[in-house]
Design a protein around this ligand. Structure first.
Ligand code: MSP
Length: 518
């Protein structure tokens, strides 16, 4: 078991030129599930998120809003913090790139790269996309309308000619390839890893890492006419939050290299080519793993400003409830693939997996215990084969789920848990405890005990995905707060505990207008 290593997990830091939407919520919830899972599994966790506040794009957005960049970033950074509260995100730290600790760390990283001869001054002439804050090679571009050139991301590029500082990225090609080779699991999923490998094998150009045509950024040490390229600035958040440049800081010593940087597929190159080269060039270890998840469309369409279909997370939480949303996001798609967010699919999961399967199971079992067992966990008699089978399936879940969550296969982890939900529902039907009430009350007690114990496993294991709903279920099973971590699964549920009156955990979703009509 790898349970001892501290677990440092990060979201990308979000650009403050947009309000939070479904895409941001997705990355953040996925990280939250991992952070909560690892804490419950006994690991020391540090979970970092934050906002990326410098760059030309932000400067332009602030100008358009008629306020200073600082005022603008304060406002939008606040709305990302709020998104965290709304989604019940358990981050331990929140970094803003406009904070002093970050600015100091980035400048120190710059100086370290300079000291090691990795930076030189030159002249840049090429294509730049402000939307992506990225440089593109002529060969990557296609012709757009009005004679504009378009990057592979769909963003317009503009021609840029400036005196810039450069990072000697080209010199790192072989060392990067050797590192990827030695760390086969460091970029996931596999198809994305192959993309990165072929990009690097295709050859690397030196990277322009400063800009002079705008000022909203971190000044280059010793030459404040230049601001540091926003991606060098932003990527460094992962170490400045741990106290870099003080590599003896206890946080840095404990948590670097990060266990996982979670990113969307669009920003994988920055996180596996530039970032790894910067780190190695500064004498630091690259992160252990970078996972690139896919993108959501909404009702079959790309989310875009022009379509106005960016869904604010609050709208979804208000409509479907937080935990159903969290469940849906991680259950619906194989993690790593693209997928579609549709109302139909969301309601299908909510009413099917949650209300009918899981919620109903809990409701039936708790109501029967309440009515027939003096509202206390019954004392079991000898277990039959069927009892042992269900207890064994529930008892074996932790190990299987841990293996899947560790490799970010959230959908398979949930599918595995729901297989036991299905087994438990079939067991209730087969054992028919309601009929045993008169014929064999002792056997009824055993059956309800087996079910309560199964529910306890389900409740504990679903906590990272649905913290509130699972908490409510565990309250109703009388499980005290200190017995909700994964270690508690090794001990059986003690009989005799008194249980509160049962309450539904997952109400069915009824469409408001449908209900009104009929
Ligand atoms: N600021 C950079 C990251 C710097 S990290 C050192 C950035 N920010 S972002 O706000 O544009 O995007 C943050 C994340 O949201 C990315 O991981 C991106 O993939 C994700 N998503 C944005 N739209 C998305 C969807 N439609 N679907 C899923 N995730 C999407 O990039």
């Amino acid at each position: 078991m790898t349970a001892e290593r501290p677990y440092f997990i990060t979201t990308p830091i979000y650009y403050v030129n947009d309000q939070p939407h479904l895409g941001h919520a997705y990355t953040t919830v996925a990280c939250d599930v991992l952070a909560r899972f690892m804490r419950l599994d006994g690991r020391k966790v540090r979970f970092l998120t934050g906002t990326d506040e410098h760059g030309q794009k932000v400067q332009r957005s602030a100008e358009a809003a008629g306020i200073s960049p600082q005022e603008f970033t304060d406002r939008v950074s606040g709305s990302f913090r709020e998104m965290g509260r709304l989604l019940n995100i358990s981050n331990d730290d929140y970094i803003r790139t406009t904070e002093e600790r970050h600015i100091r760390g980035v400048q120190a990283l710059w100086q370290e790269l300079e000291r090691r001869g990795e930076i030189y001054i030159g002249r840049f002439a090429g294509w730049y996309s402000v939307r992506d804050e990225a440089f593109y090679d002529e060969s990557e571009l296609v012709d757009g309308p009005n004679g504009r050139k378009i990057a592979p991301s769909g963003a317009e590029v503009e021609w840029l000619e400036e005196e810039n500082y450069f990072f000697r990225l080209s010199a790192w090609q072989e060392r990067l390839l050797a590192w990827y080779e030695a760390h086969p699991d460091a970029i996931a999923p596999r198809s994305r890893r192959n993309e990165v490998l072929s990009f690097v094998k295709g050859g690397l150009n030196d990277l322009s890492i400063s800009r002079t045509s705008f000022s909203w950024g971190i000044p280059v040490p010793g030459n404040p006419e230049h601001v540091i390229y926003v991606w060098l600035d932003a990527l460094a958040n992962y170490i400045t939050a741990l106290g870099y440049p003080d590599v003896n800081d206890p946080d840095f010593a404990a948590f670097w290299p990060a266990e996982l940087h979670m990113v969307g597929k669009d920003i994988l190159r920055f996180h596996t080519v530039y970032w790894h080269a910067f780190l190695m060039a500064a004498g630091l270890e690259p992160p252990r793993r970078v996972f690139a998840h896919g993108w959501w469309t909404v009702e079959g369409q790309k989310m875009s400003k022009s379509l106005g279909n960016f869904i604010p997370p609050k709208e979804l939480v208000d409509r479907y409830g937080l935990d159903p949303l969290r469940y849906f996001l991680l259950r619906e798609l194989p993690f790593g693939s693209d997928g579609d967010f549709s109302k139909r699919a969301m309601i299908g999961r909510l009413n099917g997996d949650l209300a009918n399967d899981y919620g109903n199971l809990a409701q039936r079992v708790l109501a029967m215990i309440n009515r027939n067992c003096s509202a206390a966990v019954p004392e079991p008699g000898a277990f039959t084969d069927a009892d042992k089978r269900l207890l064994g399936d529930a008892g074996g879940l932790l190990e299987r789920v841990r293996a899947l969550v560790t490799e970010q296969s959230f959908h398979l982890a949930l599918e595995t848990v729901w297989r036991v939900v299905g087994d438990a529902n079939r067991y209730v039907d087969e054992q028919a405890p309601w009929a045993l009430r008169r014929t064999d009350p002792a056997r009824m007690g055993t059956v309800l005990y087996v079910l309560a114990e199964t529910l306890r496993h389900l409740g504990i294991l679903t906590q990272p995905f649905m913290p509130d709903a699972s908490g409510k279920l565990l309250d109703q099973l009388g499980v005290p707060a200190e017995e909700r971590d994964f270690a508690a699964l090794a001990e059986p549920l003690p009989p005799g505990r008194r249980l509160p009156a049962p309450q539904g955990v997952f109400p069915r979703y009824v469409e408001a207008d449908a209900a009104a009509n009929g």
